[in-house]
Design a protein around this ligand. Structure first.
Ligand code: UTP
Length: 292
């Protein structure tokens, strides 16, 4: 079945990027000139997704404003002859059919995804974590996962190896070679924020999954886990152990906008490719590096 719906959880508190995220959602932090969540919506749209639900919470109304029309701004841009910027701004409000729901308490990523139950209905859906931006690659990461879902008919996790000394900050996956396509692994077990004795591999899920609707009854029974939160990983573990899941190594580069260093890496990457600033920025960076 074709995947046409996506859920973007963006209701977290962003405690790792304070004070920036005190009044500004971390999902709205700019990477040069675009907020992180716009990159994510654009990735979903480029992957064939038509309907998007963004999970928000108190203090996140700027996310809704960003994807809405802005009549005064649009009129001013037109009046001053800035047609191209005008078209770009109007285009943001037409990217996809975007709806919103508020997660009333920050009870974890699994709980946030459960808020999407009615929106999803009886279809497979993609989850794009609101603070994980994926840039570059052969195809949009979400598309790579959707294609794997359509081929194998099982839940798909977007995976990559992470440095072993950092695996305790991520989830650890039990994987097996399927001897099929390159970049595709069978996932049979997983653990969120593993203790050293629980580590099964240094493969982790990084920001993208495609799930069948069967995840919802599992999520409804999932008790709070790591950090006292309802973890999506704990529900996907049940799915992996029962129905089986597939891991797809996506080809793009993932930037964690929920962490200060990740934000800096994303900005440098995009600035070095941005037509308006790349030459000036490259010269500046060389000058700074020479002085280090
Ligand atoms: P994170 O765990 O990275 O987000 O969740 P966080 O809770 O904001 O992180 P801290 O406070 O810096 O540790 C991944 C994604 O899931 C969303 C977040 O907004 C982020 O985009 N999320 C997390 C929710 O929507 N609801 C939650 O209850 C938790």
């Amino acid at each position: 079945m074709k995947v046409r719906k996506a859920v973007i959880p963006a209701a977290g508190l962003g405690t790792r990027v304070l004070p920036a995220s005190k009044a500004m959602p971390k999902e709205m932090l700019p990477i040069v000139d675009k907020p992180a969540i716009q990159y994510i919506v654009e990735e979903a749209v480029a992957s064939g997704i038509t309907d998007i639900l963004i999970i928000t919470s108190r203090g996140k109304t700027t996310v809704e404003d960003h994807f809405d029309r802005a009549p005064e701004l649009e009129a001013r841009l037109l009046a001053s002859g800035k047609q191209a910027v005008h078209d770009e701004i109007v285009g943001i409000s037409k990217l996809a059919n975007i709806t919103y729901i508020r997660q009333k308490e920050t009870k974890g990523l699994g709980h946030a995804v459960l808020c999407a139950k009615t929106f999803v209905g009886d279809e497979p859906f993609a989850v794009l974590y609101g603070d994980d931006v994926i840039i570059g690659g052969e195809k949009p990461a979400c598309k790579e996962l959707c294609e794997a879902y359509e081929k194998y008919g099982k839940g798909v996790a977007g995976i990559k190896p992470v440095p072993m000394d950092q695996i305790s900050k991520y989830c650890s996956l039990k994987v097996e070679d399927m001897g099929d396509e390159q970049g595709i692994l069978k996932v049979t077990d997983m653990v969120e924020k593993p203790m050293p004795t629980q580590v099964m591999s240094n493969y982790s899920i990084l920001g993208r999954v495609v799930l069948p609707p069967e995840i919802f009854p599992i999520l409804e029974k999932t008790a709070p886990g790591a950090n006292g939160e309802i973890q999506l990983t704990d529900a996907m573990k049940v799915l992996a152990q029962t129905e089986g899941m597939v891991g797809r190594q996506f080809s793009g580069d993932r930037y964690d906008m929920g962490n200060k260093f990740g934000i800096l890496q994303a900005i440098v990457r995009v600035a070095l490719e941005h037509p308006e600033v790349k030459d000036q920025f490259r010269d500046y960076l060389k000058q700074v590096a020479a002085e280090l």
